[in-house]
Design a binder for this molecule. Structure first.
Ligand code: PLP
Length: 269
């Protein structure tokens, strides 16, 4: 295959069948290289939340490209950057004043969130969830639960405390009532933090997806994020909400965490 000849083998899934190559897309439709038309129910991993090639997005990108394709980062910043950061700040959940660091991918955002949490607390301990996907950069890949990505990254997993995501259909422990999974997870997390013999005496942050994406599109019970918020407050550690896949209206609210009125300390978008 032409792609396999020029791309590292760890990027595109080539097995058991070669992938369908996309050629173009419009609104909710995608056409492959053979001209077959598909309905993109995944909205391009959430990137095409307003549909592929929405005319207003195309026009805005074209306008900016024609006007100023690249500024000089921290030396001569673009006016458009100020406008973007102001728009993001105005949208931060809970109306809290917010400042941003721009990156070029979701993995960048998670990497920056990690550094921020470690800097703010001076502690290294991280809590993440089973089934989580937080990207593949050197730090972020340790938060992603699948071994698959870690093996391809070629780095050892950093120390991460991992708890089950409260998934009603595939939860490892018995529960009396559906929806009680979150209570078990929250109680166990509290125990880990409170018990001086648990090994988690250095919490730097808790990172969570408001709806677990790659893990299977799992909306958690409604008390899960608010419960994490309380635990993080008590532990004086940041709650990092990864909205890379749930943000920008994907869940019906602008941010997924707004479904339960939860305000993060750090948000990845
Ligand atoms: C929740 C979540 N976080 C982080 C990432 C990483 O984003 P990127 O692929 O842009 O690095 C993804 C990608 O799908 C994601 O779904």
């Amino acid at each position: 295959m032409r792609l396999a000849a020029v791309e590292s083998r760890n990027v595109t899934c080539q097995e058991p069948l070669p992938p369908i190559f996309w050629e173009r897309a419009h609104a909710s439709n995608v056409w492959d290289a053979d001209g077959n038309r598909f309905v993109d129910l995944g909205a391009g991993f959430g990137v095409a939340g307003v549909g592929h090639a929405h005319p207003r997005v195309v026009e805005a990108v074209a306008r900016q490209l024609a006007r100023l394709p690249h500024a000089m980062g921290d030396v001569h910043p673009a006016v458009a950057k100020v406008e973007l950061l102001e728009a993001l700040a105005a949208r931060f959940p809970g109306g809290v004043p917010a400042r941003s660091v721009l990156g070029s991918s979701g993995s960048d955002a998670v990497e920056i969130a990690l550094k921020t949490a470690l800097l703010a607390t001076g502690r290294p301990g991280l809590v993440a969830f089973e089934g989580a996907y937080h990207g593949v950069h050197q730090g972020a890949v340790s938060l992603t639960s699948s071994r698959h990505y870690l093996e391809f990254a070629g780095v050892p997993r950093q120390r991460v405390f991992r708890l089950p995501y409260p998934y009603s259909y595939r939860f490892p422990f018995p529960v009396e009532r559906r929806g009680d999974e979150s209570k078990i997870v929250l109680r166990y997390l509290e125990h880990l933090i409170e018990d001086e013999h648990s090994g988690l005496d250095d919490l730097a942050g808790i990172i969570v997806e408001p709806v677990e994406g790659e893990g299977g599109y799992i909306p958690p019970p409604g008390d899960f994020l608010p419960g994490l918020r309380e635990i993080a407050d008590k532990a004086e550690a940041p709650l990092i909400i990864d909205e890379v896949q749930t943000g920008f209206g994907r869940t019906g609210k602008f941010w997924g965490c707004e479904l339960t009125g939860t305000t993060p300390d750090i948000m990845c978008v």
